[in-house]
Every structure is written in C-alpha cells, then in structure tokens.
Design a protein around this ligand. Structure first.
Ligand code: DGL
Length: 281
C-alpha cells in the first residue's frame, strides 16, 4: 500500500480525543483514521510526566504497529509531556495539541492577553506558555487548571447548575489574575463539550467579548497542512474510522457525545500484550 493510503493514527487518554477525530473527519473526510483511547488508564491529567510519557509510548507503538502515515496526539496532557520527545523517537511525523492551539490564540488576540485552561498536568507543564512565547514573546498568558471539567463532560453535565458554578469558579480565578484577556484556549480534549457554557461565562466574567480557541479544531487544520506539505493526502472515497480502546466499559454510552455520531467500529485491545484483542472485546 502506498504511504498516502495509510491511515492517520490518533491517540488519547480515553474518549476525549474523539472531539479531535470529529474535527479531523470534517477537515479530512476522505482519510482513514485509527483511533486508540487508553480508557483503562484515563485520566492522564493528574499523572506524572514520566507515567504519561510511558503510556504515550505504548499508545504510539500500538498504532505504528498497525501502519499509520502520521500520528496525532489528541490528548493535550500527552502532547504537553510527550513532545518533542516522541517526535524525535518515532519514524513518522507526530503532531500534538499544544502548538496549533497556541498559534491560533496568538492570531486571535487583539489585546495581547491570552487565557489557557487545561488539566493539572498540561497547566503545570507550562507547555502553552512556552509555545505562545515562541511565536509571540510579547503576548501575556494566564493559565488555570480545571480538573473537574473532565468528569462533568463525560457525565454529560455540560450546561446545568453544577457545570455553571464550576465554570464561574475556575474562570473567575483565571480572569482575576490578568486583565483584558480576550482569547481563551480550550486546552483539553473534553472542553469542546462545554463550549457554549464557557463562552457565556467567560464573556460575563471578563466583561468583554472573549474568543474561544478550540485546540481540537486547530489540530485538525494543522494535520491537513502537514499531510499536504508531505504529499500524503489520500484521495477519493469516504474515510473509515476504526476505534480501539483499552477498556470498553462505557464507550458506547460516552463515546458518541464526543464524536457527535454513533461509534460503529470499536474493539477492546490489551496494548501491554502487544495489542491483542481482549477476550470478549
Ligand atoms: N485527554 C486529556 C487532555 O486533553 C483529558 C483527560 C485526561 O485527564 O486524561 O488533557
């Protein structure tokens, strides 16, 4: 098979990366996608950099073993801790969440003040700060870890009282640390589900219009540009999505919320055992 006809590999700590797959399918409808969600070991956001890097290597190895032409690290935490290291180690181009999101934020801000929200790991890594400073050192950045947004999104609690109070608390702290933030980066796979609520709360707390930058959309656009630059676009015919998960317990219920459509092909695999299908999976 020619390299262009291989699939795009995408991995995430769990179901959240399906928000990235959703954007990829919109941006690149004729590409095949192999998705691996490490649902047995989620969340990555509260784990150490070494553990996240180890899990990320396992995930990458599994997808490379199935033949992919490019690897997308959908998980912001895995991108924050895994890049640039994985890019140097692996034989295919590796794209992550942080750099595309940072670039779009720099393009979007008029005040030169950007807010970033993400998991504890992503925020502690300072990866968005560094990525923004690399392209626009003059842009000021405030960050806020929002760990409770992940379980809220998975439960589908995206617009009620609990989600609203949580958003007010987190965004109140973020906008309280730096005035005139006009751009907010959603630096986590789960946050697109909370987008309408975050847009409303951010605008109210900031007292001004706030542009939201979704790292999932930014990543999909960066993937298209990378494939085109490498001459690896696959032409013709609707692309197929194949999903692997390391624990299938809630995938049928939670997955479609993130993907925006039913999941038709899901297989449970044991990546520690070299990616064998699990018994009954
Ligand atoms: N996928 C993770 C991220 O984007 C969120 C869930 C987790 O903590 O693993 O950072």
């Amino acid at each position: 098979m020619s390299q262009a006809n291989l699939a795009i590999g995408v991995f995430d700590s769990g179901v959240g990366g399906l928000t990235v797959v959703r954007q990829l399918r919109r941006e690149l409808p004729d590409e095949d996608i192999l998705y691996l969600g490490d649902t047995a070991r989620v969340p990555y956001g509260s784990k150490s950099p070494q553990t996240v890097l180890r899990y990320s290597r396992n995930n990458a190895r599994f997808l490379l073993g199935r033949g992919v032409k490019l690897l997308v690290i959908a998980c912001n935490t895995a991108s924050a801790f895994g890049l640039p290291r994985l890019g140097e180690e692996l034989p295919v181009q590796v794209l992550g969440a942080v750099e595309p999101g940072a670039r779009e934020a720099v393009r979007a801000t008029r005040t030169g003040r950007v807010g970033v929200i993400g998991t504890l790991g992503t925020i502690r890594s300072s990866s968005y700060r560094r990525a923004i400073a690399e392209v626009a050192p003059e842009v000021e950045v405030a960050t806020q870890a929002c760990p409770l947004f992940v379980p809220l999104a998975e439960e589908g609690w995206v617009d009620g009282d609990v989600a609203r109070l949580t958003a007010e608390r987190y965004l109140g702290e973020l906008f309280g640390t730096l005035a005139d933030i006009d751009t907010l980066v959603l630096g986590c796979t789960h946050y697109p589900l909370l987008r309408p609520l975050l847009a409303e709360v951010a605008t109210r707390v900031a007292g001004r219009e706030v542009t939201l930058v979704d790292s999932a959309g930014a990543m999909a656009r960066a993937t298209r540009v990378a494939l085109e630059a490498a001459g690896l676009r696959r032409g013709g015919g609707a692309g197929r999505l194949t999903c692997y998960v390391t624990d299938a317990a809630r995938i049928g219920e939670v997955g479609p919320r993130f993907l925006g459509e039913a999941l038709t092909s899901v297989e449970e695999v044991d990546i520690d055992a070299g990616g064998q299908a699990s018994a009954g999976g």
